[in-house]
Write a protein that binds this ligand. Sequence first.
Ligand code: FAD
Length: 468
Amino acid sequence: MSVTKVMEALPGLDWTTDPALVRQKSRDFFWYSPVLKRQLNKVTGEAVVTPRSEEEVKAVLAAAYAHGVPVTPRGAGTGNYGQAMPLNGGIVLELMAMNRILWAKPSVVRAEAGIKLIELDAQLKKMVGGEIRFHPSTLRTASLGGFVAGGSGGVGSITWGGLREPGNLLGLKLITMEAEPRVIELRGPEITKANHAYGTTGIITEIEMGLAPAHEWVDVVVSFPSLMAAARFSDTFTRMDGVPKKLACVVPAPLPQKHFRQWGAKVPEGETVACLMVAPDFVEVLGPVIAGHGGKVIHQEPTAEAAVPLYEHSWNHTTLQILKTDKTITYLQALFPAPNHLELIAKLEKQFGNEVLYHLEFVRFSGTVCAVGLQIVRFTTEERLEEIMRLHEEAGAPIFNPHTYTLEDGGMKRVDEEQLAFKRRTDPKGLLNPGKMAAWDDPHWTPGRAKQVAMYETEFEAPAEVLE
Ligand code: FAD
């Protein structure tokens, strides 16, 4: 493997080799997980290249292929499972300079993968009065390509579901890793071959996606006497199809009171909050429903005017806000499937008491309302954490382990044969983001084995970065 030879072959490209900068661009939010922090802390590439065009992407891939050099694509590096980290070194391919909107109409946009989501949203409002249907809580930093290749859903999934739902993604342009890289347009069901594949099946350069009508959203925080009162209200709110909405995030006591600096002091002791994003003309409709569930609005302001918008208290940001001041917690990701999600949450809340605090996000997946949990866990031992995950799964709440960097063990828990077969054609030498598709390296991969390898082996150490 020779990165130098690739650089010599392409002297006109924008290369970075300064070790400190390369190390910085070889990292993401992997330190969220104490397991990944231990496993990946030393990972770094050897050079970063920032292509400005499809031709430059192809040139890098062809030269890297010729010299057997791994290439790991990168957007803004906000993934929280080490998705964008070059496990085998080599080249980090940073896509952020390819950031144009190619065309837009009110219901659809096609843009280059490196555009920042917040920039895309702002431009779409002006151009066509539309906005992204849903975004990660990292709206202000993440890229479009990184979201599609590494994320799944977020703020807006309460109405539109996840990236995998038909109609949310309409087309992807992909460059293959071969002697002569090909350009492939994936459409319809084919899109799953590159969506949430961590860039292991090709470099995404363009994305076509469905849009929603733009709104000037309002942040509304409602306080409830109990977790289940907030959860029941959020479930009802999610089903109110006449109300344009973007968020229903439930955070139980004492988390908002202790960790949410902007408005946490206004939350009565022992109460749970529901954080909502609603279109302004529809806030008044909520009054009787909130009162009927025993709730009280304690804070309200336009999202655009908030110093820290409500969506930065939701999804994976909830954990981040808490980690800033409490180093002893970790988190889980779980699904509470319909139709018994509320009963399941009530049962598990009783079972775990203060050890597991049920931060919930209400969503509509395939037309059905259910809840996703990003539970805050009081960490004691590795064995106990493993047991908590097992007990959730036994109770009927599948866990999407956030403490592993492989595609299979994190989300799918199975080999995606279609993605694997596609990768054989688009990346025959296995040089794209190596190490992330477990089945590529180990054809006998099974969920059980991967889980044992990835589980805690050291004491919990709080990530230094959260304090910065
Ligand atoms: P990166 O982290 O740079 O990359 C993500 C993955 O995509 C990597 O595997 C990378 O190799 C690959 N990749 C990047 N660009 C390309 C490309 N052009 N072609 C092929 N592969 C590519 N995720 C959610 O889904 N929902 C959330 O609500 C959410 N909230 C978050 C909150 C916090 C505080 C943090 C730290 C993370 C959160 N995430 C969430 C995870 C992450 O922020 C999102 O998935 C985000 O969209 C990633 O974008 P990025 O540009 O930073 O991608």
